[in-house]
Write a protein of this length. Sequence first.
Lengths: 391, 303
Amino acid sequence: MTATRSEASPDSAATPPPAARRRPSMLSGSAVRFGADAVIAYATAIAAALLVSSLIIVLVGGSPLQVTRSMLEGSLGSRVAFAETINQATPVLLVAIGTIVAYRAGVFNIGQEGQFIIGALAGAAVGTKVSVITGIPLLIGILLASCAGGALWALLAAVMKYARGVHETVTTLLLNLVAYQLVSFAVNRQYLLQMSGDSGSGNLGPQTDPIPRSARLATPFSDYDLRFHVGIFIGIAAAIVLAMVLKRTVWGYGLRMLGENPIAAHRAGVSAAIAGGAALVISGAVIGLGGGVLLSGTVFRVQSGFTTNLGWEGLLVAQIALRRPIPAIWVSLLWGALTAGGGFLVATGLTRDLVNVVKALVVLALLVPPIYLEYRARRRAVALAVQGASA
Amino acid sequence: MNWSDLETVLNAAMRLAVPLLFAAIGEWIAERAGTLNLSIEGMLLGGAFASMIGAELTGSTVGGLIVGALAGLLIASLHAQFCYRLSANNFVVGITLTILVVALTGFLLTEITMQPAQTGILTIPVLENIPLIGQALFSQRWPAFLVWPLIPAAWWLIYRSRWGLEARAAGENPKSADASGIPVNLRRRQALMIAGALAGLGGAHFAISEVGRFSQEMTGGRGFIVLAAVIFGGWRLKGTILGCLLFGLADSLRLALPALGYTLNPQLLISSPYVLALAVMLVFAGRARRPAALAHPFRRGAP
């Protein structure tokens, strides 16, 4: 979508005076500064979301205070809980980073779910079928395969977009649905990836064999009860690399130009097909890597329908982080804390659904502050413009 | 496959397609006005949940259907406020609302118990005896018959009414529409509300007519199938309806074939309509009639 373009570029015809020209852009987010009013706006939004959540909990006869306490305990209350938070944040972070790559180039990838599970499936294929290598080389093979899987799934959409002009939102959405079936197909076939000796009637449903123990992501701090795997470092590294690329390289500059003003990008010689296509494929690769990290870090095998919305959640995290890679780290950690806390809620007899209610309300609330801040900045700019005109 | 098997499959296909048809007609209207509505899964599920509550409260299945449609309307109005007043991102709002409804219904389901309720079957005499399609078309739960007058009504609304022209303009070229005095965001909100009410009705029909009770995540991704049906139909009403029927047929074949003793790859069967839709777009890309401003927010003055 050219939402980014339409929000961000300074207009040419009716250009307001310079003061207004630098109005912050909501979608690229680069100009929302975190002053006091931003803090107040965000705090108000989160408070509102928590208030509504509390109301729901009270309505069904629960205690919001106790829910909060157990969620805190489950996410930050102990080393085990903290490690769980990190593990939950990791795949979401990688999906968010992948999403940001595409969105900053103005390519609306909504195929995170598909790219994620295809990535995981490709990783599982290498992990369970390749027997010539073991240990770290196999792990690297798994992760590379998941990158390739996600990239391939995005490449299909990229080819359709740039060769035939079919919009990426439509293709990526449909490819999600195909991917679900493809995974289901693979894990239901003995000659493909179905667990050996499983007739599909097991109580866990069809699934692949687990990947070998030696090829799993290490948990270097498990001696200190911090059982998080090193995937988080992959995620953080991806975020930093993306931030540097966007900020410091010509290629990243071209990408941003393509996203914010495709006409200017075209005039400047940035090829939409090459830069945009690359952005979409890289986006798919990073999202697929998220699937591979989930596979080799926490779940170890692929089941039909195992992602539990991680693709969509990564998209939400990318948007809350205003499509900037570094803030995406913090937002996904917060997201991981909510997820981990939600897991703990189950132990206290409440359903995990409750935390998804809270998450959704928080996301809805967090959509408002950047829009509000931009609206205010615009009003201010218009006021300045009026002043300038009358002076 | 013999004659009566075919009849069974077609009957099941129709039953599975009708909830999709309700929602897809609504989604088609919303997409023509420029909304790619990812919250439609939430609208279906919310409608399904609310219909069972409504049926219990009002003591009638009609009440249930109305409450279901209202629930869809409520979700749509939330979506509309976020996207076409605040101009928040269409996809993010849609996905979030779907997650919210899935979680909220799942959560509430553990807190309350619901009585099953089901509408009656309406059979049109004589016509039901038409071989092959008689049962499928003329012997259904009665709300299914509401879908037939809905099709010409939606066609007229979009292609022949002033409102429809304005809504299409809002979906194709919001700037020009705005310049000629059409309230773009209002038309988009209204179109989305229609989609919400119809999707809610579709979900309600699914729960209260076809299944007779509510279970967690019972719509199981049918909202995405609805989106795929509109894409499959090339953003035309005829194609959208054909898409729904095809998806219904694929689903019924998946359910029926093993019982009838045939083996066919279920995953291939389910994904074939999607692959077909992709292939159609690949071949006829030049003639794509996707609303040009689909999922673009509109703000006056923004370039």
